[in-house]
Every structure is written in structure tokens, then in C-alpha cells.
Unconditional design. Sequence first.
Length: 400
Amino acid sequence: MSNIDFELLRRYTEIPLAAEQLLCKPEREISFNLSLKLAPDRLLQADSYVVFFNTARGPAKGGLRMAREVSLEETRDLAERMVWKTALARIPFGGGKSAIAIDPAKLSRFQKTAVIKEYVHTISLELGHGTYVPAPDMGTDETDMAVIFGELHIPECVTGKPPRVGGLPGRREATGCGVSHVVRLLLQEVQNKAPVDATVAVQGFGKVGSQVVLFLHQAGAHVVAVSDVTGGLYDPNGLDVPALFDYARRNGSLEGAPGRRISNQELLASDVDVLCPCACENQITEDNAPEVRAKFIVEGANGPTTAGADVILNQRNIPAVPDILANAGGVIASYVEWRKAKSGAITDKSETFSTVRNRLSIAFEDMLRLAEQRNCSFRTACQISAAEELVATLRDREWI
């Protein structure tokens, strides 16, 4: 089932039936059993998936997720989100995703590398032809992307590589950079506030959340609450961000960090200007949406707000900048790396961040314009913008 409400979108823009049919179902799905001999009497097996949701705008782009509970349905959902995210950002990628249903924490580095190599071997045709371009996601990192590159020796076959092997400086921080930039745009253009006058709560202190905290702190915002899987911390005057990073670096998490402890649910109910859910999907639900007190939400994670919660938030006049805009910094940077790999150009970190901020600024202004013109939510406005771009692309390709 598509996570896009086409019936709602048709109230605001023209979507031909043929376009809807192409956009609501994946083009292609691959399911396979990844099997790897670890010892004479031990065989590792993991259900694995690759989804090409729509490739009208370019190669299927989307991360490689490694998690014990990942499913084909989840992989399909994330691939669909990428279709809309790349269209909204106006970059020449389609939407895809891949996943390996295994807990990476239970693998040694050697074993994980062997799993990644077997994954490459199984879908080498798709990777080698450039029809699917993976990147790091939950459970994978730039070292895993370097392994993929090392198996194929095609610079543009994968993004999120370490800079020393053709990766992009700033790619690791790009999603967090983008989320923080959207927060700043929201404060300045909607709330008429400078970051130094704003309070922010960030759920998640991983690849995305930690960078959002860091960029917002550098901008002068008061990050009053932050959490990871072990729980959270709160200080109404603003947390000591450098001390938090130092503690997390030394201890591996925020567990036991000094300060006032709060739960993740208490963080989501913080009375702040902006709430940034940057952990994982389905965090704001129908059960806790009535407790949300933030003035705005900026979705750093994929799908952190359920459909039922979104209805409640709209009724309570709490606008949410959706994930397809807010966390698009990662795929924008991936485009820069992919382009760099094809051309051989040298790109520095400042150019990466500049491109991320520029593309997101354009998408943000488009969102504000459409929300005002068509009297709809930020989420619907982003979907309208992406839908109109996708319909135009489908017509350009003679697919409709």
C-alpha cells in the first residue's frame, strides 16, 4: 500500500490515472536468501531485499539497511519515500532501497565484510550497470560502502564511501546539516525568530540526530532536550552540547550522562519551538500526538509520524515539515558524490554543504508557496511539488 494519499493530492493538482498507477506500485522487487558459510558447522542466512520503486527520473537511489527485523514491506516503503524525496529536491535519481535482515551488532567486522561481499555478488548485475546505487543506512556505514566499491571498482556504483576512496567530504554530516538548515529556515521565515532565540528538542543521537544537535548548537540555538535508545537529557537553559559529545564518544551512548534524565516520550512532549524526531519511524503516533507541545516538527527520520498522528497534529495546528524535504540532505550529497565520481572532479566539504542548503532552500520556498496558495499542510504541499515534477517526468519519458 502506498504511503501517498493520491485521493487527497487530486484535490490540489492533476494526477493522470496512468501516473498514479505507475507511482503507487514498485517497478521491481528482488527477494533472496543471503547465505554465508562462517565455519564448518555454521551457516549464516538472512532474508534480503532490493526494491526499485520508480526509475523515471534516474537510477534507483536508496540506502542499504541492515537490521534484524527489516522486511520487504519496510524496504518498499523506504524506496517509495525516496522517489518523492529526489523529485522534490529536483535531482536526477529514482527511488530504491535494499535491506539485509540481520543484526549487525552480532557480527564481527570480518563477518560483516563477508556479508556485504555476498550481497554484492548476488546483485552484481544491478550494481554494475548502475541501475541501483546504494548508500549507508541504518546498520551500515562508509566502510561497508568501501567494500562494495572494492568488489566492483566502479566509482559511481555506490555513494557514502570514505573520502580517501572516492567518497565525498561532508557526506557523513549532510543529512544532519540539511535538517538543521530546514529548522533555521522555519524559524526565520515562519516564526520570525533567530536561532539564538529558539528552543529545540532532538530525538536520536546517532548519525543524523547528533549532527542536527551539533549544527544547531553552532548556529546558536538552545538544544534543551536530546535522547538516544538509553533515554534522554533535559535542561531548559540549553544542554552543554560539547560535553554531551565528549561523553557519548567516551561511553558509546548517553546512558549515565550527568543531568536531568527524561524518557523519549517526555522528550516528544517537550515545550519547544521545534521538535526534531531523528531516530526511527513511527515515533509520533495517535497515542502520543495529543501530548506534543512543540510549535513545529521537522522530521529528521524517515516516517517518524504515523498517518493518524498527522491528522491529530493538523487539527492541533502543529505543522510538520515532512521527511521527504527535511532529511533530503543525504541524498542531495549522494548526488554530488555520484556526479563527482563520474567526472573525477574534486569537491570539498563547503561545496557539499552549500549544495545541500541551496537545494533544500529552493524546496522549502516551494513548500511555503504551495501551502499558502492551495491552503494545505506543509506535508501535502511537498507532495504536490514532488507529484507535479514526477508527472512532468513521466510525460517527458512517454510513460504516460
